[in-house]
Design a protein. Structure first.
Length: 264
């Protein structure tokens, strides 16, 4: 496409000089400019450009965002034969990049230079840090109904994430969810759904009996793939889980069934 594009620097940013570029591709520049004026995403400007004859003329330019959108929407059958393969290739790659942007979080040009890849890597690391620091602030702002142990471990996790490290959390402080425990027992998704409410209530009651009537505080965890409010426990509470399981559920879901996740 470079053989067709005429550009000018405006505030140190490249802009496409639209008329000669479109005409070199075999397109009607006036028609395309009228279409651009009707597009909300289009930004055009009149810029003084030195033409090939050495004279300065005011010509319409567009920024690269506008040019990219224009090129992606051009009818391939209206451009010159020499420009057609380039337009088709651009549109195919743009469609793939757009899909990857929305479905995978981003797209990387296979022809990207080392400098471009380094810049992308830096942007990814900065974005990850901003996200982690934002999550730390969200956790810190949670009220007193949320378990302070859970808040501390989540903050440690996000601090480590921002630094590109693994959080050092004592085993007894690691979160233990009812959902995780039931999954560890080999229960299927349907079995976990049927058991989790009664099992959770019994674990909560056992916790209160062990802690002089104090109820477990709240936290958040993944249940069926969604983050939900749950009761807060840690690995230090696993003996309570084991006791409830052994007393009320072990006979219904014997260990033999769980050796390979299927029926014995």
């Amino acid at each position: 496409m470079n053989g067709f594009i005429e550009t000018a620097l405006i505030d140190e940013e490249p802009h496409v000089v639209i008329r000669p570029t479109l005409e070199a591709m075999g397109l009607d520049a006036d028609s395309q400019l009228k279409k651009l004026k009707r597009k909300s995403w289009a930004t055009t400007a009149m810029t003084t450009v030195v033409a090939e004859d050495g004279k300065a003329r005011d010509m319409t330019t567009v920024n690269l965002d506008t040019w990219s959108m224009l090129l992606a929407n051009i009818d391939e059958h209206r451009v010159s034969e020499s420009a057609r393969p380039l337009v088709i290739g651009y549109q195919q790659k743009s469609a793939r990049a757009l899909r990857e942007f929305w479905t995978e979080g981003g797209a990387i040009n296979p022809a990207a230079s080392d400098d471009q890849l380094d810049t992308l890597q830096q942007q990814i690391e900065e974005r990850r840090m901003r996200r982690a620091l934002g999550l730390i602030q969200i956790v810190a702002a949670m009220d007193d109904t949320v378990d302070p142990r859970w808040k501390r471990t989540r903050q440690l996790h996000h601090y480590a994430e921002a630094a590109g490290e693994v959080a050092e959390i004592a085993p007894e402080d690691r979160a233990l969810l009812v959902e995780t425990y039931l999954n560890d027992q080999g229960l299927s998704k349907a079995e976990r759904k049927s058991v989790r409410s009664s099992f959770g209530r019994r674990v909560s009651l056992a916790f209160q009996m062990t802690h002089d009537g104090q109820k477990p505080k709240d936290s958040f965890g993944l249940v069926d793939g969604r983050e939900r409010a749950v009761k807060s426990y840690t690995e230090a509470d696993r003996p309570l889980f084991d006791k409830v399981w052994a007393e009320f559920y072990a006979d219904r879901y014997p260990a033999q069934r769980r050796l390979d996740g299927g029926a014995a």
